[in-house]
Design a protein around this ligand. Structure first.
Ligand SMILES: C[S@@+](CC[C@H](N)C(=O)[O-])C[C@H]1O[C@@H](n2cnc3c(N)ncnc32)[C@H](O)[C@@H]1O
Length: 231
């Protein structure tokens, strides 16, 4: 069984011997792959809907793992006990959904490793994490098709205040695909800024914020490029 590049990058972040819950598991590819590769000790596969969860049951049956995974039909982490997992994956969902799931399970701040991969709303989710006692330890970037995805390793803790550009891109660091990621965000911010400037009643606060985002993103790019030249 092969994982997509995005799921494979997520799998690489899961610690050896983890007791995992994959929230919004859909086909259950991640827990099945991790069990087949002997990377995790136990797996809970959770989903809000019966359809995806039955796909996950089918994937596990095909690989002889029906008895090895605990399946939960629930909203977020509602039916997961804090002491049965040490690693929580929330991937392929919107940032608002991820925040709502974490909000309803404050135990995720205590000695758990969270692997988050929001599909939308990354700036707001980074801010939400900062305001709710979580810290982003590390970010990885991967490319699937023409899209770039960022994957965050998060734990309970204090995160230093994020600048507007850091809300968009995370703290600058020299990881694979970082420059492509910054370029992608720069064009997204430029488009958003153009949209705001062209509005009949331009929102000055939004314009000032996006200008700050763009300045910060460009500084990050320069920093990366100068690091590349000096190494
Ligand atoms: C696009 S799939 C992502 C599947 C997989 N996690 C991945 O990254 O490829 C999103 C899944 O999240 C589930 N989902 C959405 N909201 C949820 C919630 N509040 N609690 C649990 N699962 C949820 C959906 O039913 C769907 O199966």
């Amino acid at each position: 069984m092969e994982l997509s590049p995005r799921l494979h990058t997520i799998a690489q972040q899961v610690p050896m011997g983890a007791r995992l819950v994959d929230v919004g598991t859909d086909h259950g590819y991640l827990p099945v792959w991790l069990l087949l590769n002997h990377q995790i000790k136990s797996a809970v596969a959770a989903d809000l809907r019966e359809g995806p969860l039955s796909h996950a049951r089918e994937t596990s049956r095909q690989h002889g793992l029906s008895e090895s995974i605990s399946f939960r039909l629930c909203d977020g982490l509602a039916d997961i006990k804090a002491d049965e997992v040490d690693t929580v994956v929330l991937a392929g969902m919107g940032g608002e959904t991820i925040a709502a799931i974490l909000k309803a399970a404050p135990w995720t701040r205590q000695e758990k490793l969270l692997i988050l991969q929001p599909m939308t709303g990354a700036p707001r989710l980074r801010l939400w994490l900062q305001d709710h006692g979580y810290t982003i330890i590390k970010e990885a970037i991967c490319c699937e098709g023409k899209k770039l995805y960022s994957i965050w390793i998060v734990a309970g803790g204090v995160m230093p205040p994020l600048s507007p550009a850091e809300q968009w891109a995370g703290v600058n660091c020299s990881v694979a695909l970082r420059l492509d990621y910054l370029n992608m965000l720069e064009s997204k911010a430029e488009k958003a800024l153009c949209g705001h400037k062209a509005a009949q009643i331009p929102e000055q606060a939004a314009i000032a914020y996006l200008e700050e985002v763009l300045t910060g993103l460009r500084e990050m790019k320069k920093e990366l490029e100068s690091n590349d030249h000096s190494s």
